[in-house]
Design a protein around this ligand. Structure first.
Ligand SMILES: [Zn+2]
Length: 309
């Protein structure tokens, strides 16, 4: 048993008496400890406890920080890995687009050659820009860089604009060519037998020879007469020896004339398409039988219609 007594003789010379009373011994051991020593010991113990608890708290804090940093680092690595995969996919897709664009360039050039466009050589033949090793040829691995991708996308953007302009001009060329083709006389105006060709001939009316500025195609009265090209009706009326005549203006100085009709179906200013019926065959004007006098004039001069057929 331990008893602790405090004696208080004087405030500055107080001391504790530690009495040790054994259970079976007769004598009691008493140890006197100055109160200063007890205070110092208590203070030292307090400081030790403070340092210990501070160290423990610091250790726990450091451990928490390390765990948190480790977790963040793992998450960052996962994000980084995912972003790299996405970047690689993007690089592959962009490289594929660049190859597609090269094929489009080639197609553009081929089309231009087909339509005999003057600027057939103006198309770009730039080779696709490779990013890293994404085309499956082997070799050391190369990571796609943002700069490379950015340049590739810029290159693609300008290629698309250039190709769009080129295709638009090709489209306009084709439209123009089609319009020119549609406005060029290229079909027979009617069916029947050719009874008189272009050029000098003995007059069908029996007065020597005369200059025949067209071709005559004979058939039954009422046989349809069609426009041989797209154009605008210049006149549709009786015109001297031509009888009931249709004149169509096709632009570019080209005019076609259909004479001796029995009936006229169009009016001046009317737009007609190639193959559209404009009149019916007849025997009007200076004519010896039912036929169509077909004439083509270029800049006012009659030319041989055979060269258009
Ligand atoms: Zn004739």
């Amino acid at each position: 048993m331990i008893l602790l007594n405090q004696k208080t003789p004087k405030p500055d010379r107080r001391e504790y008496t530690l009495m040790i009373v054994p259970h079976h011994a007769k004598s009691v051991l008493s140890v006197r400890i100055p109160i200063k020593t007890v205070k110092y010991a208590a203070a030292a113990l307090g400081i030790c406890l403070t340092i210990l608890s501070g160290t423990m708290l610091n250790y726990r804090y450091q451990a928490n920080v390390a765990t948190q940093e480790k977790t963040e680092l793992t998450q960052l690595r996962e994000v980084n890995s995912k972003q790299y995969s996405e970047l690689e996919e993007l690089a592959k897709t962009t490289a594929q687009l660049q190859e597609d664009m090269t094929r489009l360039n080639q197609l553009d050039a081929d089309l231009r050659r087909l339509v005999n466009s003057e600027d057939a050589t103006s198309t770009s033949r730039s080779a696709p820009v490779r990013v890293g090793n994404h085309s499956g040829q082997g070799g050391p691995e190369s990571k796609p860089s943002i700069n490379e991708l950015s340049n590739l996308v810029k290159d693609l953007g300008s290629s698309v604009k250039e190709r769009e302009q080129s295709l638009l001009s090709l489209k306009n060329s084709l439209i123009e060519k089609n319009e020119r083709l549609a406005a060029t006389p290229s079909i027979w105006p009617t069916s029947g037998d050719i009874t008189s060709r272009f050029g000098w001939r003995s007059s069908p009316l029996g007065w020597g020879s005369d200059w025949h500025p067209g071709i005559d195609i004979a058939n039954d009265t009422g046989t349809p007469i069609v426009a041989t090209a797209d154009g605008v009706v210049a006149s549709s009326s009786w015109y001297g020896g031509y009888g009931k005549m249709v004149e169509i203006n096709h632009g570019n100085g080209i005019v076609t004339i259909y004479g001796h009709n029995s009936e006229l179906l169009v009016t001046p200013g009317q737009k007609v398409k190639k193959g559209e019926i404009v009149a019916y065959m007849g025997n009007t004007g200076l004519s010896t039988g039912s036929h169509c006098h077909y004439e083509i004039r270029v800049n006012g001069t009659a030319v041989n219609p055979s060269s258009f057929l």
